[in-house]
Design a protein around this ligand. Structure first.
Ligand SMILES: Nc1ncnc2c1ncn2[C@@H]1O[C@H](COP(=O)(O)OP(=O)(O)O)[C@@H](O)[C@H]1O
Ligand SMILES: [Mg+2]
Length: 255
């Protein structure tokens, strides 16, 4: 089967010292849900940036390939990337505010998303908001009038409209309260169910990864050190996997 995303020997540096990403290789099948987990600073967000064609100086590609549906995309010029980001690969971030235009109401922003997605059904935006449990009133509001959880829901609604092949969620619930976290994770699960997108869910928190992913990649110092079923992580010999499993266990016992 052709992978929806295929990463091979991806290495990135900031122009000095050791590479920040070192020979990453992994595939995502269509509809697969994969966690990318590792300690802060190990290179998770950098991986997401590379996969979305967002490496900017001083970051530079040392080697590697990234294929979306068998098409090599890493070396494409920024103009081409504009057609890929959104419909083929869509990213939601820890700070959803940065992905929304601060000076525009949510309505026009979702209309623009629908235009990019070339949807013709006029109910698409209404339905997407319903799916993420947002009131239609939100269309009249500016991003600053929304809570962090609501902004994250708007981004998930955008993903529902765009129906990307790959959804990258980079720490989407970090900083949210536990209840909101649960709801956002459920909304991401529903979005992936409905669209059949492959999910790369990035987190330093194994508990969150367990809610959405079944396979997990573990990263340490810019390298992938484990690729395993999430339930087998506790038995992993990789130090990074062990410490993340222990941290999750401690948090679990204090919650
Ligand atoms: N634009 C940049 N320029 C130089 N170094 C960077 C840049 N972005 C990230 N890094 C470095 O790359 C490493 C990985 O960062 P990041 O991918 O953000 O980690 P995380 O796993 O917490 O998401 C860190 O050492 C960080 O300082
Ligand atoms: Mg990060």
């Amino acid at each position: 089967m052709v992978a929806a995303l295929s990463v091979s020997n991806l290495s990135v540096s900031a122009g000095r010292d050791a590479p920040l990403l070192n020979q990453l290789s992994f595939d995502l099948a269509a509809g697969e849900r994969v966690g990318l987990i590792g300690a802060s600073g190990c290179g998770k967000s950098l991986t997401a940036a590379a996969l979305c064609g967002l490496l900017r100086p001083p970051l530079q590609l040392l080697e590697g390939t990234v294929q979306l549906d068998s098409r090599e995309v890493l070396a494409l010029p920024p103009t081409e990337w504009r057609n890929i980001r959104g419909r083929q690969i869509f990213q939601i971030f820890q700070s959803p505010g940065t992905a929304l235009s601060p000076a525009r109401r949510i309505g026009p922003q979702l209309t623009e998303t629908a235009r990019i997605a070339r949807v013709v059904d006029e109910q698409t935006i209404t339905k997407a908001l319903e799916k993420v449990s947002l009131d239609q009133e939100v269309l009249k509001l500016f991003p600053y009038q929304l809570s962090g959880g609501m902004k994250q829901r708007v981004l998930i609604a955008m993903a529902l409209i765009l129906r990307p092949r790959i959804l990258i969620a980079d720490e989407p619930t970090t900083g949210l309260d536990v209840l909101t976290e649960r709801e956002i994770l459920a909304a991401i699960n529903d979005m992936v169910d409905e669209t059949g997108a492959a999910l790369l869910f990035i987190s330093h928190d194994l508990r969150a990864v367990r809610e959405v992913a079944n396979r997990t990649l573990v990263m340490q110092d810019g390298q992938l050190v484990e690729d395993t079923h999430v339930s087998d992580l506790d038995n992993s010999n990789a130090p990074a996997a062990k410490s993340l499993a222990e941290a999750a266990m401690k948090l679990g016992s204090t919650c």
